[in-house]
Ligand binder design. Structure first.
Ligand code: BTN
Length: 236
């Protein structure tokens, strides 16, 4: 096990899913862990979907105790991925699609799956297309990869930069409040003040995206009323 930016880090050749491994360890872990894998055979996405895990991409999970609402981690992690990409390649048009998809030029480059483990732990599972993007047949939303955009970065280097940002924003959350995170997240939010459709389990709801509230709920304006949405997939 190595140490990376204050995290105990294990990198595996093959796992079913880094979230599975993190869950397995959640009984035993005494320190925050990062578990990564070169290859995932059963990567999971949000809402029961598969995460197509292409060779050369980065798959990892953070296992941590969280003295804050789990929903705050949704925004801290997506903000940290977006900031890491901008540190590596400031020229890229990076946005975050609610709640936690990171987009470049409107195409998905990163997905995040939050789960809970044993002993009140949180598992933040992150997949980043460093080298390859899954083909359009495999996925719900157009995708891109840093490699497609001429940006070469190793898995280790990306992880290190990401963890620096994650540590920074977590520290802000713990010493201050969710508000600085909400406002930094909103600066990078995709489709702000634009018409969107949110696919919630059984139905689609359309309106103007007006940002997020202090709990991270999506604010959707329909005529004169605001609807608060807790979960769903956003489409422009
Ligand atoms: C989504 O956009 O639907 C979330 C995708 C999350 C994928 C990552 S890859 C590392 C970790 N292990 C998994 O099985 N899923 C997450």
């Amino acid at each position: 096990m190595a140490e990376l930016e204050g995290w105990q880090w294990s990198d595996y050749d093959v796992l079913t899913s880094t979230n599975d491994k993190a869950k397995e360890q959640s009984n035993l872990a005494t320190k925050p862990l990062v578990i990564s894998a070169i290859c995932q055979t059963k990567g999971r996405g949000r809402r029961g979907r598969t995460w197509v895990s292409k060779e050369g991409n980065l798959f990892f999970s953070q296992l941590l105790s969280f003295p804050m609402p789990l929903s705050d981690l949704v925004f801290i992690s997506s903000l940290s991925v977006a900031k890491a990409i901008l540190e590596i390649a400031p020229q890229l048009a990076v946005k975050i699609k609610w709640p936690n998809d990171v987009l470049i030029d409107g195409k998905k480059v990163c997905g995040i799956l939050l789960e809970t483990g044993e002993n009140a732990t949180a598992i933040i599972g992150i997949g980043i297309n460093l080298r390859q993007s899954p083909s359009a047949d495999d996925i719900l939303y157009p995708t891109t990869a840093l490699g497609d955009l001429g940006v070469e970065i190793s898995r280790d280097k990306f992880l290190k930069i990401y963890l620096q940002h994650f540590n920074y924003w977590t520290d802000i959350r713990l010493k201050q409040s969710f508000e600085p995170i909400r406002s930094a997240w909103l600066e990078l939010a995709a489709f702000l003040d634009e018409k969107i459709t949110v696919n919630c389990t059984a139905k689609n709801i359309s309106g103007i995206f007006k940002g997020i509230d202090e709990q991270g709920l999506l604010l959707l304006k329909q005529e004169e009323k605001i609807i608060y949405i807790a979960a769903g997939d956003v489409f422009a």
